[in-house]
Design a protein around this ligand. Structure first.
Ligand SMILES: Cc1cc2nc3c(=O)[nH]c(=O)nc-3n(C[C@H](O)[C@H](O)[C@H](O)COP(=O)(O)O)c2cc1C
Length: 195
């Protein structure tokens, strides 16, 4: 027996990529500061040449910072970082310094100026190939990538019990076999130790 899923909800059947925190460099006064936002929608596009894509609404600050600087990093959210990721996905860098407020650690990128979030399970430094405002599609060229050895080999090592978080919709997230409930957060969660 199958249940009917509306065409508008059918994306939930495909949406099982890892939850990401996207870091960009945004204009702040005379300089640039790292900014973070949360993105659930991502997709591999090609292996030769390597291309990835994320969907970022063109009204978001992240969209504009990406457009201005031409680069970003993708950072895979772990279970421990979920409250901070949800906060980064609830408020805008237009009004908040989300990295300072959440205590997220940043480390300089190896090939681009935008930092990575080393507490995340994996990090991809990307050049932005193109952005399409109508769809929010941000086409990316990965230039360097890093992943925690215990969590990732040539793919995610699910057998080791360390799982990327996936967004199931609304307040519901999946981590391995667990469903986590994390409501939207308008005030920053207390920085947790560890990942
Ligand atoms: C779990 C979660 C997943 C999200 N996924 C996306 C996404 O895939 N694309 C998007 O444009 N916004 C997504 N958002 C919303 C943005 O993260 C949110 O609007 C954020 O405040 C934008 O911040 P900014 O203005 O600093 O860019 C998501 C939010 C949450 C909480």
């Amino acid at each position: 027996m199958k249940k009917i899923v509306t065409p508008a909800d059918s994306y939930r059947i495909l949406a099982n990529g890892p939850l990401l925190m996207v870091v960009t460099l945004g204009q702040a006064g005379d300089g640039l500061r790292p900014e973070v936002s949360t993105v659930a929608w991502s997709v591999p596009i090609d292996t030769n040449p390597p291309r990835l894509a994320v969907i970022i609404d063109c009204t978001h600050r992240t969209w504009h910072s990406a457009l201005e600087q031409g680069e970003c990093t993708l950072n895979v959210v772990s279970r421990e970082l979920l409250p901070r990721a949800v906060y980064a996905g609830t408020v805008s860098s237009r009004e908040h310094d989300k990295i300072a407020e959440t205590g997220l650690v940043t480390v300089a990128g190896s090939v681009i100026r935008t930092p990575i979030l080393p507490q995340c399970l994996a990090n991809i430094e990307c050049r932005i190939v193109s952005q399409t405002a109508e769809t929010g599609l941000v086409l990316l060229e990965p230039l360097a990538a890093f992943a925690d050895e215990e969590a990732f080999y040539a793919g995610w090592k699910m057998e080791n019990g360390i799982y990327p978080v996936q967004h199931l919709g609304g307040e519901r997230f999946q981590c391995g076999g667990d469903v986590l409930i994390q409501p939207a957060l308008n005030i920053p969660p207390a920085p947790a130790s560890g990942r």
